[in-house]
Design a binder for this molecule. Structure first.
Ligand SMILES: [Fe+2]
Ligand SMILES: [Fe+2]
Length: 150
């Protein structure tokens, strides 16, 4: 069954809310991590791991349900698709970096990179909400041509 545009919009926005909550949770512990607090490091590393998994699922979900409707929604469809594709490609590389080499970094470096990622995600969600998830863009109504009977 196809999803209505308004439903797609609500689903993606709800996922953004979950991600924003996870970002706040991680952020709250970063001060302690930077000070060298070991339990805080363990907690933050597992929170980040969870966040990255949730985020990967989110972008897959956007590609599955949002990408196809953006394509035909208006004249800027192809540009929106291209922007999503390149953004997601870059984000997957960031996730890979954060899950791999960064794990060995000193706590202060780790915190710096995680803060940067948090900032990036917040910005990305705000941009997406403005450019792809505006209710005026993702509407359910169809254009009816008055008097046209075929
Ligand atoms: Fe996205
Ligand atoms: Fe998103």
């Amino acid at each position: 069954m196809e999803l209505e545009n308004s439903k797609i919009r609500r689903i993606i926005l709800a996922e953004h809310d979950v991600l924003r909550g996870a970002l706040r949770t991680i952020e709250a512990g970063l001060g302690k991590v930077a000070e060298g607090d070991v339990p805080a490091q363990i907690t933050a590393r597992s929170q980040l791991k969870q966040l990255l998994a949730t985020f990967l699922k989110h972008i897959e979900h956007e590609e599955r349900i949002l990408r196809p409707v953006l394509k035909d929604i208006d004249a800027w469809g192809p540009e929106r698709i291209a922007a999503m594709d390149s953004e997601h490609k870059e984000q997957r590389a960031r996730v890979e970096y954060l899950s791999g080499p960064l794990g060995e970094a000193a706590p202060t470096k780790w915190v710096e990179e995680v803060r940067q990622f948090i900032g990036h995600l917040r910005e990305d969600m705000a941009t997406e909400e403005q450019d792809c998830l505006d209710p005026r863009l993702l509407r359910d109504d169809v254009i009816v041509i008055d008097g046209f009977t075929g």
